[in-house]
Write a protein that binds this ligand. Structure first.
Ligand SMILES: [Fe+2]
Length: 251
């Protein structure tokens, strides 16, 4: 299967440049290694096994660790820039040269057997229907450590039936959606890019490894913002030459 955004609403892509992402991964590893006094500084080992090294028992502890990590990274790394450097060719092809990007850095973390998995949903609304999500794993993801996506036509069909009350309860809707879902094997240096209208989610992570991924959203600068306040949610990320000219006119 080689899905495309046009036919499936999602696509797995390879990075066009990995240095900045490698730097970020190395920095997070060093931060965690120092914090928990680990001798081992292999990024894959530290990130995959952080639930053991940090003795994460509760979701609250995991959440606190992610927030602390984000705070450490906040004035040093810009995830929208890093993801754009790594996967920008495809983002430019799909959205054009005038871009809004999500303002804040975001890490989605899921340790084994945590209840903090992402229940079946679509992002739009409240997100803009003119938006793409770029989901970038920092470790190799497979099975329940990964993510699932219901292909475009099946997403349309299920949402239409859900709105027409064709399902008697949520579990019936969910099991029909999961029957249609594509579960991904996606490695570090790749990204899953998807349209915000798609049904997607993750399952309880039954593997013995933790999942770390970045989640960045882009839309065309001139496209509707959905229900988000554009000034707090997005920032102007890239402007084309013509947009610059238009904004700098002196008459
Ligand atoms: Fe989502």
């Amino acid at each position: 299967m080689n899905p495309s955004i046009k036919t499936h609403g999602f696509k797995i892509i390879n990075s066009n440049e990995i240095n900045e992402l490698n730097n970020l991964k190395r920095y997070i590893t060093n931060f965690l290694s120092n914090k928990f006094k680990l001798n081992n500084k292999d990024p894959d080992d530290v990130l995959n096994n952080i639930h053991n090294y940090a003795n994460l028992i509760t979701d609250r502890q995991a959440n606190d660790l992610v927030l602390e990590t984000l705070k450490e990274l906040s004035d040093k790394f810009d995830f929208s820039e890093i993801v754009y450097q790594s996967f920008g060719e495809e983002i430019r092809n799909l959205l054009g040269p005038d871009l809004h990007a999500q303002k804040n850095n975001n890490i989605v973390f899921q340790s084994p057997n945590s209840n903090r998995y992402s229940e079946l949903h679509s992002d739009a609304p409240p997100n803009s229907e003119f938006e793409l999500v770029v989901w970038v794993p920092l470790v190799n993801c497979y099975g329940t450590k990964s993510f699932f996506m219901v292909p475009l036509e099946d997403s349309f069909d299920l949402i239409k039936k859900y709105k027409s009350k064709n399902f008697s309860n949520w579990n019936e809707f969910k099991s029909k959606a999961l029957e249609k879902a594509n579960h991904f094997e996606i490695n570090y240096s790749q990204a899953l890019i998807f349209w915000t209208g798609m049904i997607h989610g993750s399952l309880e992570n039954k593997t013995n490894e933790s999942r770390w991924c970045l989640n960045v959203r882009y839309k065309n600068l001139f496209a509707p913002c959905g229900q988000h306040d554009p000034l707090t949610y997005y920032r102007i990320f890239r402007k084309s030459v013509v947009t610059d000219l238009a904004l700098s006119k002196k008459w």
